[in-house]
Design a protein around this ligand. Structure first.
Ligand SMILES: [Zn+2]
Length: 154
């Protein structure tokens, strides 16, 4: 029913009825035991109006690890953490903001340490400038559309 906030499964688009957090301990190549966390969305049987019929799991969707461990080894060089869709679901914050925040930190850090060439800095600045202008325009347009979509009652 409307009024209830559902987390939507990024795999199948259905509401998530239960979020399973599965912890697996495994010995890594470094000989240490590492903890890996994986998430599964549980979907219960639903009627035609979306109501839960019975609390039997009809489907589980694998949502991925809380972090993409192996990708992080590569991306870690750049200081960008690869994130799973779970953050988006649980924290309700778009992944894109986290990624951009990571990139911004790397840029700030490299500038502070003088590790970036003038050429690279100029390229980044040009890219960001164009993007910022278009983002502001887009945000204004969308704000108008979104307030219309919310209805006149609001
Ligand atoms: Zn699903």
């Amino acid at each position: 029913m409307s009024g209830t906030t559902h987390y939507v499964c990024p795999k199948c688009g259905q509401p998530i009825d239960y979020l399973e957090r599965r912890v697996v301990r495994r010995k890594g190549r470094d000989g240490q035991v590492h903890e890996h966390v994986y998430f599964y969305a549980w979907h219960f049987a639903r009627g035609p109006n979306g109501e839960i019929l019975y609390r039997n799991v009809v489907r589980k969707c694998y949502l991925g690890p809380d972090k993409y461990v192996y990708a992080n080894v590569i991306q870690g060089k750049l200081g960008v953490q690869v994130r799973g869709p779970i953050q988006e679901i649980v924290e309700g914050r778009p992944l894109i903001i986290d990624y951009l925040e990571d990139i911004a930190k790397v840029i700030e850090d490299r500038m502070a340490k003088g590790q970036m060439s003038a050429h690279t800095a100029q390229q980044l600045a040009d890219r960001c400038q164009g993007l910022t202008d278009r983002l502001r325009q887009y945000a204004q347009q969308r704000a108008v559309e979104e307030s219309k979509a919310r209805g006149d009652g609001q």
